[in-house]
Write a protein that binds this ligand. Structure first.
Ligand code: ZN
Length: 215
């Protein structure tokens, strides 16, 4: 797998610090399982974070501080998906996405969100991500993002204003970036998308579709 597009530095730092949403972390953790260079960058970020913490001047703590910390650990909800690299999932993808995907992708409940475009939901609650399936040669309506959106190609490929995206590639887009991915002509392009805000479509037809199907 030749990966050309990676999460940006700020995203990897936020992931290393545990500050990324669960859905966005699913994409980063899966990409890290495929990409040695991002894995090294993330490990460095973790080391720098650890070194900064160990340099912090020590201060006296209250008698109850340890109990408070232990109580927080007991109540903590794990937000970071497993970082260990395991190439055991479906479609040649490591965890966590490889474990979320069914063996037969057609068994998911796909519904149309535009001409030649279908969507399926994967996972539950905060973990939920979306799969987009774009028929060959079809375009996703032009849109920008209200917040942080990350897309990773699962199979097939698409091309947009930024370049060509192949399996394992991640599009890590700022809210200002408006783009229109077009699936390359050979097969369906299936990609996984996580957002922390809904997409902003620029045309009225996709906006109407969006209000009906909540993408
Ligand atoms: Zn990478």
């Amino acid at each position: 797998m030749m990966i050309r597009h990676h999460p940006n530095e700020a995203t990897l730092l936020t992931y290393a610090s545990g500050g990324l949403s669960t859905a966005l972390s699913t994409i980063v953790a899966t990409h890290l399982g495929l990409c040695p260079s991002c894995r090294a960058r993330t490990e460095n970020a973790e080391k720098i974070g650890g070194a900064l913490l160990s340099d912090v001047e020590q201060v006296a703590m209250s008698a109850s501080a340890l109990d408070l910390v232990l109580a927080r650990i007991d109540n903590a909800i794990p937000v970071q998906p497993e970082k260990t690299v395991r190439h055991c999932g479906h479609h040649g993808l490591p965890a966590p996405l490889g474990d979320l995907l069914p063996e037969n992708i057609d068994s998911l409940r796909w519904w149309p969100v535009g001409p030649g475009i279908r969507q399926a939901r994967l996972g539950e609650g905060e973990e939920a991500v979306r799969l987009l399936r774009i028929s060959p040669g079809r375009a996703v309506p032009h849109h920008s993002h209200g917040g942080h959106e990350m897309t990773m190609i699962v199979s097939g490929s698409y091309t947009d204003e930024i370049g060509r995206f192949m399996p394992g590639d991640v599009a890590d887009l700022d809210p200002e970036v408006s783009h229109q991915p077009v699936s390359d002509a050979a097969t369906d392009c299936i990609c996984v998308i996580a957002t922390d805000a809904p997409l902003n479509f620029t045309g009225w037809v996709p906006r109407l579709m969006q209000s009906l199907v909540r993408i």
